[in-house]
Design a protein around this ligand. Structure first.
Ligand SMILES: [Zn+2]
Length: 73
């Protein structure tokens, strides 16, 4: 029973982390000052140290980021 409970807790934790990532929507590159949809192929190539998560498009624009020319966020 204990094993089942800890597996359940780990599952909930993974799910909550994933939902935060999926709900984020926009990912900026702190180096290039360009932001993307989170599913843009550039996001996958981005160095994770440069990733900045935005919850809205306005937030990214107000932070001085420009939209990506490929995914047009
Ligand atoms: Zn993009």
């Amino acid at each position: 029973m204990k094993k089942f409970l800890s597996a359940f807790v780990v599952g909930v934790m993974i799910f909550s982390v994933l939902s935060v990532v999926l709900a984020a929507g926009y990912v900026g590159n702190a180096n290039s000052k360009i932001f993307h949809y989170s599913d843009c192929s550039f996001v996958g190539k981005m160095n994770s140290a440069n990733k900045v998560i935005f919850s809205s498009r306005d937030e990214a624009v107000q932070s001085g980021y420009r939209p990506c020319k490929k995914c047009h966020p």
